[in-house]
Each structure stands twice: as C-alpha cells, then as structure tokens.
Design a protein around this ligand. Structure first.
Ligand code: RIB
Ligand code: CA
Length: 311
C-alpha cells in the first residue's frame, strides 16, 4: 500500500469540475482511485463522456463509474446554459476510446469505502444523488470515510440557481437531505465561499497559455463558460469545484472555518434546496458541517496554475 491518500471524486463534469479534477490528478499526496459520475450540469451521458475524455487528455487511467441519470424524486433543470449543451463548451471533441466501468457508481463507492476503510477522502462536486443512493444501500458508509468534502449549498441563502439555493443541492434536495443527515462531519465549500475566492479572467488566461495538453484542452472547453461569466459577473471568474478541491487537497489552506448544524429545506416554495444553518444552535442538532469561510487565495491560485501546466 502506498502512503498516498486514496481520493474518490463524485462529479458532474462540467467545466469547473474539470478544473478540480486536473488539480486532483496533479497532487502527489493523493491517489485518485475512482470518479463516480452524477447527472447535474448536463445529462449523465455527457458527464460520463466528459470524465472519460478529461482522463484521456490528462493521461490518467482512473476508473470511471456511471451513476444515477436523474434526481431521486423530482426532475431538475440542468446548467447547460453555463457549461454548454455537452457540459464541456460544445467543442465537438473526439470521444475518449475508453469506456466507463460496468459497476454502478453507488456500488463502486461502497466497495471503495471498504477497500480504503478509514482513509478514503470522498469529494462531492455535483448533486448528491449517487452518495444518497449508496447510503440507502449501506447506512454504515460514513463509518469508513476518512474525510468528506462537499461543494454545495449557500450558507446565508445567496443562491445561484434560485434566490436561496445553490445548484448541486437544488438539483436533488432529497439526496442532499439524506447525505447531510447521515454524515456527522462534512467539510462544506459553499457557493458564497466560491464567490469570495474569485480570480481575474486575465490571470487565468495567462495560466491557460502553459505549453501543456491539459491547458490547451481546458482553454477550449472553458471558453464559452468564461465568456458567459465575464458578461454576467465581471472581471473575476469563480470555480466552485476548484475551491472545494483545494480545500480537500490542502485543508490547512483554510484560514477561517466555522462548525454549525446545517439542514436542507425540502418544502419551501421559495426555499426548496436551501441549506439552512442554525447559526445560534437553537435547534439542538449536532454540528454536522465545518463551513469554509476563508481560504488562502495564493495557495488556491497556485494549485490551479500548476494543474493546468502539468503533464
Ligand atoms: O453551484 C456550483 C456547482 O454546481 C458546481 O459544482 C458546478 O459544477 C455545478 O455542479
Ligand atoms: Ca460540479
């Protein structure tokens, strides 16, 4: 057994997922033991194809496991308007030659939790459908997870897909509820932390000029999303999954954290999918989340730059 930390990433690639995956592939202290794929940003057929293609471009032979094609209960709209119809900027890339493994994502997640019991770093970058399904199949799953990092939520209800809710949680609130209830400790990188840790488009474009296949591929698949973001959000770009991945790979880069109980709203007409934080701990629930408030921006950006230049 090597002493690298086994890392399993549940993801719905998606342009920002792709950046997070490149960061994970580039980190020498972690071994990516699998990618479990969710529907979310775009449909499962595309998110699986995108994961396989990114692995091919990065030259990594990580198993890819297809997961659930839809939320547990209610259908949800995707984010193709941000990421492109195919989730990777509609570049028309040549599909990867490798196919996804036959094992379902939820079953792979359970199996890998046993193979790496107590050490597995689980990072969720998409809707939590696969992880919720795994929990229903095996409620003992959290006991074997070393650390669980989630990109999701909006801790003071500054959402990005509805006024109160963030996309990953809002896409499958029932799944998020199951997950937030089952895990005693979730390291949470929410949308508001994402917005607080943007980076200049001009600087990012300079990083994309690195002489590497990863940088060239990422430049192509992210162009549409970066233009969309620049039009709507100004001169800084925000990569939710990249921040969550930096927090996952380098937790001591977190400069400010707060632990609080967090619950997922399932009913509200205006608030379904909101992550409701009990800031004054009035409800008596245990603190199930360690919320990222501030991360070392220089370390964050350094990781992104190196991930693009790698290979
Ligand atoms: O709200 C941002 C999150 O939703 C990111 O993970 C993005 O990829 C989408 O999944
Ligand atoms: Ca994502």
């Amino acid at each position: 057994m090597n002493d690298r930390i086994p890392l399993l990433i549940d993801t719905d690639p998606g342009v920002d997922d792709a950046l997070a995956l490149l960061m994970a592939f580039d980190d020498p202290w972690h071994e990516v033991v699998g990618l479990t794929i969710a529907a979310g940003n775009v449909g499962l057929r595309h998110t699986v194809a995108n994961a396989l293609k990114l692995c091919e471009v990065a030259g990594v032979d990580v198993p890819v496991y297809a997961g659930c094609a839809s939320p547990l209960l209610h259908p949800a709209r995707d984010a193709a308007y941000v990421h492109g119809r195919d989730g990777f900027g509609d570049t028309g890339y040549e599909p990867a030659t490798r196919e996804a493994a036959a094992e379902h994502a939820a079953l792979a997640l359970i199996r890998l939790s046993h193979e790496h019991a107590g050490r597995l770093l689980l990072v969720a970058l998409g809707p939590l459908t696969n992880i919720a399904l795994a929990l229903k199949l095996d409620p003992t799953l959290p006991e074997r997870i070393g650390r669980f990092v989630v990109m999701g939520g909006a801790v003071t209800a500054h959402g990005n897909i509805t006024p109160a809710a963030e996309f990953n949680v809002a896409f499958d609130p029932e799944a998020a509820h199951i997950v937030f209830e089952a895990f005693a400790r979730i390291d949470l990188a929410d949308w508001e932390a994402t917005v607080a840790h943007g980076f200049a488009h001009t600087g990012f474009e300079a990083w994309l000029r690195a002489d590497s296949p990863r940088a060239r591929f990422y430049d192509a698949i992210s162009k549409q999303t970066r233009e969309w973001s620049s039009d709507r959000r100004g001169d800084h770009w925000h990569s939710a999954d990249a921040l969550a991945m930096a927090f996952a790979l380098e937790p001591d880069g977190a400069l400010e954290l707060i632990e609080r109980p967090v619950a997922v709203e399932l009913e509200g007409r205006h608030t379904r999918g909101a992550t409701v934080v009990d800031w004054r701990r009035e409800g008596g629930a245990a603190d199930n989340c360690r919320i990222l408030l501030r991360y070392d921006q220089a370390r964050f950006e350094g990781r992104i730059r190196r991930a693009l230049a790698a290979g």
